[in-house]
Ligand binder design. Structure first.
Ligand code: GTP
Ligand code: MG
Length: 325
């Protein structure tokens, strides 16, 4: 983990540091992946100075280099699997949702995206042999839909199913929730989440799950009209890269949710296509299309994955949480 502050980089005085921070470049990593022109414009410095600062940041943050295949294989050995606790879904995901990856769940309102988020925030805390990752959860809540009482119900449901006596308060203590008020705030909260993860890294519950629910709602509301689509995609793309980095650095599972329209939407074209379009499609590693079935039954369909066959899985939303159909 990188503890260097941006003031320690050569060429950054207090005034420059201030300007960079105001523009959101508040970590060495953020500077390391910036372009010289971007940095020069933001901090009112020359491009050659900016280039030097970026080079120093890259060295310090250890980003941006090539990795050999065996090093990647070594890192992949640490990939954990977080189980939803619904057998068909977990099987479809190859034994659970992978860490070091982004999983996007998209579907209509009320299809259960937020329910999955709640269930994973509970399950991640379980020991590995119970399908968890023995970790904490961080949730960026953009729609104010986090419900602590729903967590309680789910923990009690797990106690029943596992024949255990889990303490809901203990689970709530390891779920860190922040409300994001707009897309900029949402982006900033990703940095805050990294800081939080750093501070918990040597505890008995390091952060192993990051949830962004909803990834796209603010962007959708703020960028209206065709002319702004490119801007929106670019910003969303950057945001997703920061999120991917979080997944890698913390060996965390990342769940992002994305709503699709049930009715055609003049601004966003094809109603069956998730908001965010292609860029989101390329960045998220696993994509699940979720839809309602009869009553509380839900169908999860894996539509995109680097290493798993496409498939469908059924589960049910019950008062005690998500369970097998
Ligand atoms: P949007 O955020 O609006 O796009 O929807 P979403 O996909 O996040 O839906 P959400 O996860 O909020 O699912 C809502 C649905 O879950 C409800 O319509 C109920 O069917 C079900 N649900 C939510 N809470 C409970 C509960 O406590 N018990 C049961 N049995 N079902 C619940
Ligand atoms: Mg929701």
């Amino acid at each position: 983990m990188n503890e260097t502050s941006i003031e320690e980089l050569p060429g950054i005085g207090p005034a420059t540091a201030e300007k960079l921070k105001d523009a959101g470049f508040n970590s060495v990593e953020a500077i390391a992946v910036a372009s010289p022109a971007e940095l020069a414009g933001t901090a009112e410095i020359g491009e050659s100075t900016a280039t030097k600062i970026i080079a120093a940041a890259r060295k310090s943050a250890d980003v941006g280099g090539f990795e050999t295949g065996d090093a990647i294989l070594e890192r992949r050995k640490d990939v954990g699997r977080l189980k939803l606790g619904c057998e068909e879904v977990d099987l479809m995901m190859g034994g659970g949702f992978e860490t070091q990856a982004i999983t996007e769940v998209y579907g209509e309102f009320g299809c259960g995206k937020t329910q999955i988020a709640h269930q994973l925030a509970v399950n991640v805390q379980l020991p590995v042999d119970m399908g968890g990752l023995n970790g904490s959860a961080v949730m960026i809540d953009t729609e104010n839909t986090f419900r602590p009482d729903r967590i309680e119900q789910m923990v009690n449901g797990l106690s029943d199913r596992h024949g255990m006596d889990y303490d809901p308060e203990e689970f709530l203590r390891h779920i860190h929730v922040a409300r994001a008020y707009n897309s900029n705030h949402q982006i900033l909260l990703t940095d805050t989440a990294s800081e939080l993860a750093n501070s918990l890294i040597d505890t008995d519950k390091p952060v192993r799950l990051l949830i962004v629910d909803s990834l796209t709602a603010h962007f959708r509301a703020e960028y209206v009209g065709r002319g702004t689509l490119a801007d929106r995609q670019q910003k969303l793309n950057k945001h997703l890269h920061a999120i991917m980095r979080f997944a890698d650095l913390n060996n965390a599972m990342v769940l992002v949710t994305n709503q699709v329209m049930s009715k055609p939407d003049a601004f966003f074209g094809d109603p069956t296509k998730p908001i965010g379009g292609h860029i989101l499609g390329h960045t998220s590693t696993f994509r699940i299309y979720l839809r309602k079935s009869k009553g509380d039954k839900r169908v999860a369909k894996l539509v995109d994955s680097p290493n798993l066959p496409d498939g469908e899985a059924l589960f049910t939303v019950t008062p005690g949480g998500l369970v097998d159909d």
